[in-house]
Ligand binder design. Structure first.
Ligand code: BEZ
Ligand code: FE2
Length: 407
């Protein structure tokens, strides 16, 4: 048993003093340091540096490791020109993205406090790295393909990748999962098969949804920038589904909907009514010119959301604190202290619920996954610790996964 003592514990949205945690692979007790030392006299004592906050490990719910080689290849600023460059440079980007590169990015995530991430996998090439790194990985095998002619073949390939992720051993901390690429790129027949599969195996399910205005226009009117794209690359000029039909495909299984920047009030209410959650990727949305997710509307609906970096195909780092700071700037109208608290909750408790993991809070029985954030001085007001944590942290001071120290 180990006992960790820090100046503050982040528990139930508050920063509590004079509490410590006894843990092995899981949290076994939360109590005063004196009581824990009395209860576990042989435990190894870990005293964090002064002004340290003990957080549950942060969770990045949506990342594309396979696109880690992108630095300047993809055009930022507007969604369709970006997608054009994805098609143009995809093969080179994938070729340049080797295991070492992906391992480094996982280490970067770990140094920023991320103990769990949701890896969206188009090809399965990052499975080995995800097995090897210490983090817990919800491995989202992605299904793509709007052309009915190739649908069976693409579904078969997807199934093989799902099976490969299902055969990882326990030590790899991999949870097999299913991702639907998007409403515009997945044929409804294979979409339904994949949703049924996720449901049967109780696998987490996720999908990109209404990321850009162009996507909305294509799905609603069959027009706009996507029309030229589909004519050029897929020899078709009609969308395979509608927004309503796509949404209804998920009605019986709670799903993590990524982006939702262009979703209207009715669609957001539908997500809430069916127990879905949203992944908010502020920098990705900004860099691809998609707009701002109205998180205040999600708040009004009590629709839970997480914070995610997306991949380096639409970002400049996989650091969750960089993402928090971007969110603080993007949502400039929001009261800053409340927003800081909300972002921390989004990337811990709410993210664990969205991905179905046993982390995200510092309660007895939860995984012993911790991120320790050391503030530069004694915080003058405890109610501002969330904001100071976000503003003053590039890298965490220490990180634990399943009770072992990795940073
Ligand atoms: C499709 O299969 O329809 C598709 C694939 C990639 C991007 C957009 C659409
Ligand atoms: Fe994404």
């Amino acid at each position: 048993m180990k006992i960790i003592i820090a100046d503050y514990l982040y528990i139930d949205g508050k920063y509590v003093e004079n509490l410590a945690i006894a843990f092995d692979t899981h949290i076994r007790a939360v109590d005063t340091p004196e009581n824990l030392i009395g209860d576990y006299p042989d435990a190894q004592l870990i005293r964090a540096k002064p002004y340290t906050v003990l957080y549950p490990g942060f969770i990045n719910t949506h990342v594309h490791l396979e696109f880690s080689a992108n630095k300047t290849a993809l055009k930022y600023g507007s969604f369709m020109p970006w997608l054009d460059t994805v098609i143009e440079h995809r093969d080179n980007l994938l070729k340049d993205c080797n295991n070492e590169m992906m391992r480094k990015e996982c280490e970067q995530m770990m140094r920023s406090g991320i103990t769990t991430f949701g890896a969206i996998s188009s090809f399965g090439t990052e499975l080995q790295i995800c097995e090897e790194v210490p983090q817990r990985v919800v491995f989202f095998n992605e299904l793509i393909g709007s052309n009915a002619q190739y649908a069976d073949m693409l579904y078969g390939d997807f199934l093989e990748r799902v099976q490969a992720s299902q055969s990882c051993d326990n030590e790899s901390r991999i949870t097999p999962a299913v991702a639907i690429h998007s409403p515009y790129s997945v044929h409804p027949v294979i979409l339904q098969r994949a949703v049924t599969l996720a449901k049967q195996h109780k696998m987490p399910l996720s999908t990109h949804f209404l990321e850009s205005q162009a996507e909305r226009e294509w799905l609603e009117e069959g027009s706009g920038e996507f029309k030229a794209f589909f004519e050029k690359f897929f020899n078709t000029s009609t969308p395979v589904t509608t927004i309503k039909e796509f949404l209804h495909a998920f009605d019986t299984y709670p799903t993590h909907f990524v982006h939702c920047v262009q979703a209207n009030d009715e669609e957001l209410a539908h997500l809430k009514a069916h127990g879905h959650t949203v992944a908010h990727c502020p920098r990705s949305n900004r860099y691809l010119g998609c707009g701002r997710l109205a998180i205040e509307k999600l708040g009004e609906l009590d629709l839970p959301y997480t914070v995610a970096t997306d991949g380096l195909s639409s970002n400049d780092s996989l650091n969750i604190f960089d993402e928090f700071r971007a969110a603080l700037m993007m949502h400039h109208q929001a009261p800053i202290q409340q927003l800081a608290l909300k972002l921390i909750k989004a990337a811990t408790e709410d993210a664990a619920k969205a991905l179905g993991t046993n982390g995200g809070t510092l309660h007895v029985g939860k995984d012993a996954d911790f991120a320790l954030v050391t503030l530069p001085e004694l915080p003058k007001r405890a109610e501002e610790i969330a904001l100071w944590s976000i503003l003053h942290t590039r890298e965490v001071d220490a990180l634990y996964i399943e009770g072992e120290k990795y940073v």
